[in-house]
Ligand binder design. Structure first.
Ligand code: ARG
Length: 468
């Protein structure tokens, strides 16, 4: 393509080193889509005749067919998807084909290709996230009245509704939805017309191509357009935090399903066995959810490090942006594909969970708050109940095995209204502050959750707007 200036041909090793076909040949359809929009714009401003435009469109759609049927295989000498397709067009159409690249550079071309590709993939992730939210709402409403231990420092803290637990993950994932929408917003400008870096002397109509490709507007600064990869970094940021959320959920499930906890039951179909120990049922899926998170975080870092020292504007380093992007997109798809059916099949053994709380010490805060309701300052109540727990431990007793006489001895303030409070269920039901774990509050979260999912669906659907 640039032989005019050179006296030697490119060395073979250089061709092999600089090519990007392993990363971008699969994006050929998006490159062609961008080219059709560009050609139509050239036609509309008079840089292509109607006949030239017709032939170019015909040629591009023929190339599309050749690629999908596998009859057109790219050549390394032509570096990337963009030059392979353009040179095939020139082979087919001669000088008319050579007009397609008018007012365009691979620098704006690669950006439009990547944005179109990423938009489709992010919309697919939106659908997956919606399914994830839906299953969490379903689990949440089924498990509202199952009571499990809530933990801080991985020590039993206070009893909670299992529905509340599911909705905690729902809430984190709903923020991921917002971040994903932000990433969609961030890519949603059309780079075509930025040229190599400074725009064009030709009368290009940038609004025209933007509209055809379903972008609400063209990008605003041509230098920034070819230099920036913020839209990819925004996806990676979403992906990294999303993966971290999945990983924490996975870690909880590994713990809760272990023999020592044992109140969360993993379906056999989502576990694997041991090659040596016949009794084993291992949570490998969960471990791999945790394990793959590091790679996704790594790809965010990879891109940021690539960008950090780059002089404006385009530098070839940017070609490497595709590697981590493709890898993270694939991993996010795989996570969603396995996590949604796994969550649907997980069961909770409420009886076993209650059994784990049979000393009643998780009600210590409730006892202290009872004293507060009788007028005792909280710090004093805290110390009193702390002493009570200590005394129970010394007597080998607990909150559920102390007799009425012992209660009167150790906590004379406990009147008749105290004893009904001394149950796990009442501890959950009475935590009725907004966002708390009472059944009513959880039901409210679920109701709001349904509204959130509906609104999320409407918000992402509007990104699917292209006209080609
Ligand atoms: N294959 C290149 C990439 O992915 C396309 C842009 C090349 N531009 C250039 N000036 N060499 O970044």
């Amino acid at each position: 393509m640039w032989k005019g200036r050179f006296t030697e041909t490119t060395a073979k090793v250089v061709q092999a080193f600089t090519q990007s076909l392993d990363l971008d040949w699969s994006l050929a359809g998006y490159d062609i889509e961008g080219s059709i929009a560009h050609a139509r714009m050239l036609g509309s401003v008079g840089l292509l005749s109607a006949e030239e435009l017709r032939r170019i469109e015909e040629g591009l759609s023929m190339i599309r067919d050749e690629i999908s049927s596998g009859t057109f295989l790219p050549s390394e000498e032509l570096e990337d998807v963009h030059m392979n397709i353009e040179s095939r067009l020139i082979e087919l159409l001669g000088p008319t084909g050579a007009k397609l690249h008018t007012g365009r550079s691979r620098n704006d071309q690669v950006s439009v290709t990547m944005r179109l590709f990423l938009r489709d993939r992010l919309l697919r992730i939106c659908t997956g996230l919606e399914a994830l939210l839906a299953i969490l709402l379903d689990r949440g409403s089924r498990h509202i009245e199952i009571i499990v231990p809530g933990y801080t420092h991985l020590q039993q803290a206070q009893p909670i509704s299992m529905g509340h637990y599911w909705m905690a993950h729902f809430t984190a994932f709903s923020r991921d939805c917002e971040r994903l929408l932000f990433a969609l917003e961030s890519l949603n400008e059309c780079p075509l017309g930025a040229g190599a870096l400074a725009g064009s002397t030709l009368p290009l109509d940038r609004e025209f191509t933007a509209t055809l490709l379903g972008f609400p507007r063209p990008t605003q600064n041509s230098l920034d357009t070819v230099a920036q990869r913020d839209y990819m970094a925004d996806f990676h940021s979403f992906a990294a935090l999303f993966a971290v959320h999945c990983s924490r959920l996975a870690e909880d499930f590994v713990i809760y399903s272990s023999r020592e906890f044992g109140w969360l039951l993993l379906p056999d179909a989502f576990c694997t066995g041991s090659s040596m120990m016949p009794q084993k049922k291992n949570p490998d899926v969960l471990e791999l959810l945790r394990g793959r998170t590091g790679q996704i975080i790594g790809h965010l870092l990879d891109l940021l490090v690539t960008l950090k020292g780059l002089p404006l504007t385009y530098d070839r380093d940017l070609q490497e942006d595709k590697r981590g992007l493709q890898a993270s997109l694939k991993t996010v798809d795989e996570i969603l594909a396995v996590l949604v059916p796994l969550l649907a099949a997980v069961e909770v053994d409420g009886e076993k969970a209650s059994g784990e709380m049979s000393d009643g010490f998780l009600l210590a805060t409730d006892v202290a708050e009872y004293l507060v309701s009788k007028g005792m300052p909280f710090r004093e109540a805290h110390a009193r109940v702390g002493g009570l727990v200590k005394e129970c431990l010394a007597r080998r007793k607990n909150f559920f095995t102390l007799s009425r006489d012992e209660w009167s001895e150790l906590l004379p303030e406990a009147g008749e209204d105290f004893f009904p409070l001394l149950s796990l269920r009442s501890a959950v039901e009475r935590r009725n502050t907004l966002g708390g774990t009472s059944f009513g509050q959880v039901a409210l979260q679920i109701e709001n959750g349904h509204a959130f999912v509906k609104a999320f669906h409407e918000k992402y659907a509007i990104f699917d707007k292209r006209k080609l």
